[in-house]
Design a protein around this ligand. Sequence first.
Ligand code: SF4
Length: 170
Amino acid sequence: MTIRLRAHHLLCVLTYVGRGYTPAFTANYDAIAERLSQGEPITVIDGPDDICRGWIDDPDAHCRLPRLHARDGAAASDLTVLLRRPVQPGLTLVPDASLLSHLRAAFAANEIRLACAQCQWSDLCTNIAEAGYSGVRVAGGRGGSQEGANAPFPPQPPSPISRPQPKESS
Ligand code: SF4
């Protein structure tokens, strides 16, 4: 089995602490958080995913709105740079401790938060990251056997070396 996630939910699962839109939404999310914690692989998909399934029939659900697709695009763009591989439908990732740690460090450093602009949960997610992710429900490493299943994340290229400015001629 794999868990189907749209791109911006790769960020949302980092700070999930059991809060959400409705009791049915959080019940479904809790079950997914537990599966992720056990190391069940993620398949990136386009559009409504397994987390949306807990809410998508609600008239207030925003899962199919264009702005949510734009949020996926922003997340995919950030994560493609961070993970140094195309984050697009069909990509499989294993949520082991090293991947979650890598993502959480970048999230806390504000490196992968383009998708969070305009999101109503942004302050909550910022506070959770600043508090060291206390109480989050996706905790990698419980599955054990999946650790290291992702291809290594190549290091970021070094920042450009600043060149000495040419001296002005007198
Ligand atoms: S601010 Fe919104 S989009 Fe960003 S991680 Fe939190 S819930 Fe997800």
